[in-house]
Design a protein around this ligand. Structure first.
Ligand code: UDP
Length: 454
């Protein structure tokens, strides 16, 4: 009897998390890992590519193991992202399997711990098959909006059947569909068919989604209708838990510069971690900013301007034109910047993290989507939620200048700011409710229960 009781001691549960190695994907995965560790008590292993890996010393309680990705360092901002993502799914397989086997061997030796499952980014789809072969449960993390997933499914079908998806995708227009029109559609379609799209069978146990059900309720309802597995919309993760997830070094000096500016006058400009521009577009951005007469804080990531290391391609006369009105950094503490009282607008590529971070701080947006999900998000931000203005014709100095003025001053700006503030309040109330209930009755609790079951 005594003996039987001893064997009932609950085992410590370990989760293995596999991010896709780009900042917009790394951040929510590490936030989820931090939640699962600090709030729910799981042991954590992060299986990361060697390339673009976050600073492990920011997560002293996590175990990090590294995957052989075969990606050259100079591809940090890749010219053919889809090709790199497909390559990662081939190159990382063997080392991931080897690391999982090591963990399982350790588990067999130490009977106090059990691997409760593998959570992988939807893009790192190779993990699902390996987990299934090893008889481990797998879970998919989605780091884009639900609207993007629906549009991707329609896009792949359009390619297969020659169907016109647009009427069924209102309010999306053809140009809002989540792919660059210059990208190789065959490769894109291969990638999308490999990520679970609700219509293909999956061995995954659930989809974890960094979005809010109330924000995307009608889309989520359509997706739930098709899905064969439970869905947990647990976002916005950046408000649920904080973690030091930045791969690049943040320049905190820009916060002191912001301190010197008046309330709501600065436009913050950042295009995320993988968007890149040619020199002409960069020049148009610079003149649009200069001519708007608005103070600005501009992130230009090294390597983001084709053919330049950093900002050598700034046009002649630009610095004289702006005087002290502008501040350029290589990488900013974006969440703190958006929360600063001086920031009144965000000119963004509309990545999903940036969009949620801006909504959470009530900052209206100037939308310049480059590719993929950014185009869907931009359409929702500008047309549906009406907290942004979309630059419809690419990067052209006069349209930029006008867009900045419309965003920052006048009646339209006031109304947009009011709507953005409403989102901030709704998100604050939602997060407070989640915290007040000790995460009970929420998707987070349901997810933790599932991870603890069997
Ligand atoms: N980010 C940052 N500093 C910067 C620019 C971006 O910390 O100077 C962060 C931003 O807060 C966001 C992430 O990088 O969390 C970018 O993710 P997003 O999904 O917006 O875009 P992606 O990089 O995937 O295109």
């Amino acid at each position: 009897m005594e003996k039987a009781k001893q064997t009932e001691i609950p085992k410590q549960r370990r989760i293995v998390l596999v991010p896709c190695p780009y900042q917009g994907h790394i951040t929510p995965m590490l936030q989820l890992a931090t939640f699962l560790h600090t709030v729910a008590g799981f042991s954590i292993t992060i299986a990361h590519t060697r390339f673009n890996s976050p600073n492990a010393s920011n997560f002293p309680h996590f175990q990090f193991v590294y995957l052989d990705d075969g990606i050259a360092a100079q591809e940090a901002i890749p010219t053919d992202l889809i090709a790199v993502l497909l390559e990662l799914n081939v190159n990382c397989r063997d080392s991931f399997e080897a690391e999982m086997c090591k963990l399982m061997a350790a588990e067999a030796e130490d009977s106090s711990e059990v691997i409760a499952g593998v959570i992988h980014d939807e893009i790192m789809f190779f993990c699902e098959e390996i987990a299934s072969d090893l008889k481990l449960r797998s879970f998919i993390l989605r780091t884009t909006s639900a609207a993007t997933s629906l549009a991707r499914m329609a896009l792949v079908r359009l390619n297969d059947d020659g169907m016109d998806p647009i009427p069924k995708l209102h309010p999306l227009r053809f140009k809002d569909l989540p792919i660059s029109l210059t990208a190789d559609f065959t490769k894109y379609s291969r990638l999308m068919k490999k990520t679970y799209n609700m219509e293909t069978p999956t061995t995954a146990k659930a989809i974890i989604w960094n979005t809010m059900e109330w924000l995307e309720d009608s889309i989520m309802a359509k997706i739930r209708n098709k899905s064969t597995v439970p869905i947990f919309p647990i976002g916005p993760l950046h408000r649920i838990i904080s973690a030091q997830t930045s791969v690049l070094k943040e320049d905190f000096n820009c916060l002191s510069w912001l301190d010197e500016q008046a309330d709501n006058v600065v436009i913050y400009v950042a295009m995320g971690s993988i968007a890149s521009l040619n020199e002409k577009a960069f020049g148009e951005m610079a003149w649009g900013l200069a001519n708007s007469q608005q103070p600005f804080l501009w992130v230009v990531q090294p390597g983001a301007i084709h053919g330049s290391e950093w900002i050598e391609a700034l046009p002649k006369g630009f610095r004289e034109a702006i005087g002290g009105r502008g501040y350029i950094v290589k990488w900013a503490p974006q969440k703190q910047v958006l929360a600063h009282r001086a920031v009144g607008g965000f000119w963004s590529h509309c990545g999903w993290n940036s969009s949620m971070e801006s909504l959470s701080e009530g900052v209206p947006m100037l939308c310049s989507p480059c590719f993929g999900d950014q185009k869907v998000n931009a359409r929702y931000l500008s047309y549906v939620w009406r907290v942004g203005i979309q630059l419809e014709n690419g990067l052209e100095r006069e349209e930029i200048e006008k867009g900045i003025r419309r965003l920052m001053v006048g009646e339209e700006s006031k109304e947009m700011r009011e709507r953005a503030k409403n989102f901030k309040e709704k998100i604050e109330a939602y997060v407070l409710k989640v915290e007040d209930q000790g995460y009970s009755h929420t998707y987070l609790t349901e997810l933790v229960s599932l991870l603890c079951s069997s």
